[in-house]
Design a protein around this ligand. Structure first.
Ligand code: HEM
Length: 102
């Protein structure tokens, strides 16, 4: 059994959303996504950039807006990103890109 989470062998990403601030900091200290020490992943920065591109690219093609314009969004910070603290609905529409006449 892990010192950090009792179910470390299970694929359960939701544990990051459930953890309180103190528990999350403890978990962050224990992650080794890219290994540790002298054999730490040499491509980790490339991998992170590629993942950011995967997230950003749909934004070029789709228009994203609040489903309910009156809804307020309160975000729980986590690392460089944040999570909504409750379900929050968005509407996604394909952008209409005008054909160039040139
Ligand atoms: C999400 C993507 C990736 C993950 C999760 C990942 C994970 C890892 C891990 C855990 C290790 C350490 C293995 C060990 O300790 O024996 C490692 C090593 C390594 N990774 Fe990655 N990696 C990723 C992407 C990449 C990319 C894109 C490249 C190259 C462009 C790369 C190049 C390397 C190399 C060269 C090593 C060996 C480092 C050494 O032994 O000195 N990785 N990676």
């Amino acid at each position: 059994m892990s010192r950090f989470v009792p179910d470390a062998g299970d694929f359960r990403p939701g544990r990051w959303l459930e953890a309180d601030e103190e528990k999350r900091k403890t978990m962050e200290r224990a992650v080794m996504w890219y290994g540790q020490g002298k054999h730490i992943c040499l491509g980790q920065h490339i991998a992170r950039v590629e993942m950011m591109k995967i997230l950003a690219m749909p934004m070029m093609r789709f228009q994203v807006s609040d489903t309910d314009p009156e809804a307020t969004l309160s975000v729980r910070p986590y690392s460089a990103i944040g999570y909504p603290d409750r379900p929050y609905f968005i509407t996604v529409k394909e952008k209409q890109i005008a054909a160039s006449g040139a």
